[in-house]
Design a protein around this ligand. Structure first.
Ligand SMILES: [Zn+2]
Length: 278
């Protein structure tokens, strides 16, 4: 299996000679950089991610493994997710897209079967998906919309989009998988129209659940999670890519939640005519 040796995705320090983080899981080596970033040093190649380590396969295998190892914890956490869904009365991501994105084309990076693009009101949608099987299913699910599915890794997919052409970009549970997150965010910046926005949802390595559960934290996924962000490292990565934070309030990064949410837009570009949907 081919793997890529990575320097720190945030500060580019090569930590090859540094000892592995105790959170590593053989043969996968995590490195804790002095800048605060924790990352997978020997990440699988994009080619391996297309099939052998396709997200839907590793996620299914991980669920089976966790249920066998800790049946009670898994039952409780499923119940908590269901209660949260009922309490929040609907889908947080969909409502953020509808209220925070201006009118225009919406891209979902790592669109899976196209569920998010299907739910939103935008009629022109673009999905980028590295898994062959999921890309096919997304195409079938979105045939009633003006839709384009790009079967490629995120970077190659984003490079196919013209500059300043996209109103909103969704990266929900995606950036933790991206081997080159800073380069991807630079492409996101390039593709957005003035006033266009991107929503980022990633696991929060600084959350309390991770501190309590240690290596058994649900955010650890080997080898498909290659970046482990904290609110601070996520902020800095977006800043390096020329993006400014529109929304990252305490409710978006509660330490009681395993995930955090951030909304960004290109720096120094204002929207003279685009107004967010209300
Ligand atoms: Zn670093």
């Amino acid at each position: 299996m081919s793997a890529t040796h990575r320097p720190c995705p945030l500060c580019h320090t090569d930590n090859a000679s540094a000892p592995p983080s105790p959170f590593s899981c053989d043969p996968w080596t995590l490195k804790a950089c002095s800048c605060g970033m924790l990352y997978l040093e020997n990440a699988p190649s994009y080619e391996a991610l297309q099939d052998t380590f396709a997200w839907e396969k590793t996620a299914a295998a991980e669920t089976v493994r966790r249920e066998a190892a800790e049946p009670l914890v898994q039952t409780v956490s499923k119940a908590v997710v269901q209660v949260r869904r009922k309490v929040s009365r609907g889908d947080k991501l969909t409502s953020m897209i509808e209220t925070l994105f201006p009118d225009g084309p919406v891209v979902d990076i790592g669109c899976a079967k196209g569920g998010v693009l299907r739910r939103i009101s935008a009629t022109e949608v673009i999905g980028i998906e590295i898994s062959q099987d999921l890309a096919k299913r997304a195409k079938a699910n979105l045939k009633h919309k003006n839709c384009r599915i790009i079967h490629a890794d995120a970077l190659r997919g984003m490079k196919q989009l013209p500059p300043a052409s996209i109103a909103g970009i969704v990266m929900s549970a995606f950036l933790e998988h991206e081997v080159q997150p800073a380069t991807l965010l630079t492409e996101v910046n390039r593709a957005l129209i003035p006033g266009g926005r991107a929503i980022i949802k990633v696991p929060n390595f600084a959350c309390w659940n991770r501190k309590v559960r240690g290596r058994r934290w649900c955010g650890f996924r080997f080898p498909d999670h290659v970046n482990y962000f904290t609110p601070d490292t996520l902020r800095r990565l977006c800043g390096l890519s020329g993006l400014v934070i529109v929304r990252f309030g305490w409710l978006d990064r509660l330490p009681t939640n395993d995930n955090m949410w951030m909304v960004v837009e290109p720096a120094g570009r204002t929207a003279p005519s685009a107004s967010p949907r209300t």
